[in-house]
Write a protein that binds this ligand. Structure first.
Ligand SMILES: Nc1nc2c(ncn2[C@@H]2O[C@H](COP(=O)(O)OP(=O)(O)O)[C@@H](O)[C@H]2O)c(=O)[nH]1
Ligand SMILES: [Mg+2]
Length: 246
């Protein structure tokens, strides 16, 4: 069906979070929609694959694809898009920061033909972030969102959310993605020429288990990524009209 969906989750050293993530997804009522969960793992070698293989006996929709080309968050998501069996793509993190219970609401919004992308947003009314976040992280997250306005038209409150829903055809009809760093959502919205971007409120929980892979260097990579997107926008939209992302 046109609204069946694939949930793409990049993972690195998330063995501890995978069972609870699968349990939370299994508990959500997705109605008649078919779905799969693709965990795209950068060769964690921490027992994740064995855990997934065991869980898949109970949850046949759960799969892990192990990439052995080195760590690359953005490329992992693209691999997930390429392997996805269903026409709607959802991206989220594995550490339970993004509530899977919001997915039915995101899908319902994306069912509206003119909506291009739905973001799970921390910064719209009703959204929130974990109060464990230090002041510096709050400020830098808002600043990063503000900087993204250089490449995104309109007032999007949480353009850097890693929790989003998009149609596969929107991605396929866009220009080729070459993300660096972590903000593939921004890359997608710019290069797939998304105009109608909707946000729904989420509570972003801080991870309870495992370690964040975010580091200071990622902030500089983000600035470089935005600069590349600015250059892309100035150069104009690719004249090629064929499908690029398959
Ligand atoms: N495949 C892959 N996933 C990654 C990599 N780095 C982080 N992730 C995953 O990306 C998601 C977000 O990472 P996380 O460390 O929680 O970042 P934070 O939420 O910004 O602190 C999690 O599901 C991670 O397991 C990577 O190099 N490769
Ligand atoms: Mg996290």
């Amino acid at each position: 069906m046109a609204n069946d969906f694939s949930i793409i989750i990049p993972t690195f050293h998330e063995a501890m979070n995978i069972p609870e993530l699968a349990r939370r997804i299994a508990a959500v009522n997705f109605g008649e929609r078919l779905f799969e969960v693709l965990l795209i793992d950068d060769n964690s070698n921490d027992g994740s694959l064995e855990i997934v293989n065991e869980l898949a006996k109970q949850y046949p929709w759960l799969k892990m694809i192990v990439r052995r080309e080195g760590r690359d968050h953005g490329q992992s998501i693209i691999t997930g898009f390429q392997q996805a069996s269903y026409p709607v793509l959802i991206t989220m993190d594995a550490d339970l920061s993004h509530p899977p219970e919001k997915i039915p609401f995101m899908l319902a919004m994306l069912d509206e033909a003119r909506v291009d992308v739905v973001l799970g947003s921390r910064y719209v009314r009703g959204g929130s972030i974990d109060n464990k976040w230090p002041f510096f992280r709050k400020i830098s997250s808002k600043l990063a969102a503000w900087i993204s306005r250089l490449v995104l038209a309109g007032r999007i409150r949480d353009p850097l959310s890693g929790f989003l829903a998009i149609r596969k055809t929107t991605w396929q009809n866009g220009d080729p993605l070459t993300p660096i760093g972590w903000k593939i959502g921004l890359e997608l919205m710019v290069k797939c020429h998304c105009k109608n971007i909707r946000e729904i409120p989420i509570h972003f929980s801080e991870r309870c288990l495992g370690k964040s892979k975010l580091n200071f260097e990622i902030s500089f990579v983000y600035l470089y990524h935005v600069m590349k997107l600015v250059k892309y926008k100035i150069a104009g939209v690719s004249p090629r009209k064929t499908r690029h992302n398959c």
